[in-house]
Write a protein that binds this ligand. Structure first.
Ligand SMILES: [Zn+2]
Length: 250
């Protein structure tokens, strides 16, 4: 098994930031060589890191899945971003089937500032409009022939939705609903099911990916914005693990 990602690229060079300036988040960084390397890379933009089992054939025919895990779309939602780092540490050293692309910090600049926004924009909107990072993300994930995406967030108790949950839709990608139901069943997160993608949230990453034929779910854990607890990131990690388990990757 590789201890470093097999491949690494930038989705955007506009979004770089020194993550260690977010002291609340930095207190939770695992101190391992690969995580320190990712934190350095994040100074220059949004990185996408590829992990695959060298023994499994990374192609379209062998039946192994190719999925993506995303966190930090909202920079002030800290638990999923720490969960992703722990997932990366684990993926490096354990057996897996197939391929996982991980985007731990969608906007390092937002995370550095502990802000929901980048350049005044909510990055979980406008993904249907060219020029936005979310639009570029969707194009890249289509190019990579990704089978499914998990987008991981946190929500304050007074925010929307305000409780631990997993969101999915029935159409046009029925698999979105099946993933959502599976995660809800095994993790206990409340299942929020929409009939058709794009109706409740126009331009959201989950909705636009589903509309583009890539089954996607959004997972939320409970934590105040700009804050983090051990329970919250561990619960987010559990959602990620069951997302991967659905595809028999771990
Ligand atoms: Zn969010």
């Amino acid at each position: 098994m590789s201890k470093k990602p097999l491949d690494f690229n930038y989705i955007s060079y506009k979004t770089g930031g020194n993550l260690r300036e977010n002291r609340v988040l930095a207190a939770y960084f695992p101190n391992t060589p690969i995580i320190n390397w990712i934190i350095e890379k994040s100074k220059n933009g949004t990185g996408i890191y590829k992990f695959t089992n060298l023994d499994s054939k990374d192609n379209d025919e062998n039946g192994d899945y190719r999925v993506a895990i995303l966190s930090g779309v909202h920079g002030n939602e800290l638990p999923p971003q720490i969960a992703t780092l722990h997932l990366i540490n684990k993926l490096n050293f354990s057996n897996m089937n197939g391929t996982v692309y991980v985007i731990p910090f969608f906007s390092p600049n937002s995370t550095m500032r502990n802000s929901r926004y980048f350049d005044g924009l909510d990055l979980n909107r406008y993904c249907d409009i060219p020029g936005n990072i979310g639009y570029d993300l969707i194009a890249i994930l289509k190019d990579l022939k990704i089978d499914a995406v998990g987008d991981f967030h946190s929500t304050g108790p007074n925010a929307n939705p305000g409780y631990e949950s997993v969101m999915s839709s029935n159409r046009p990608s029925k698999l979105s609903a099946e993933i959502g139901e599976y995660i809800s069943k095994f993790v206990g997160s409340r299942w929020i099911q929409y009939e058709m993608a794009g109706q409740a949230f126009k331009g959201a990453i989950e909705d636009e990916l589903n509309l583009n034929g890539i089954p996607t779910v959004t997972c939320e854990v409970l934590a105040y914005e700009k804050h983090i607890t051990n329970i919250a990131w561990q619960q987010s990690l559990l959602q990620m693990k069951y997302f991967l388990r659905f595809f028999n990757i771990i």
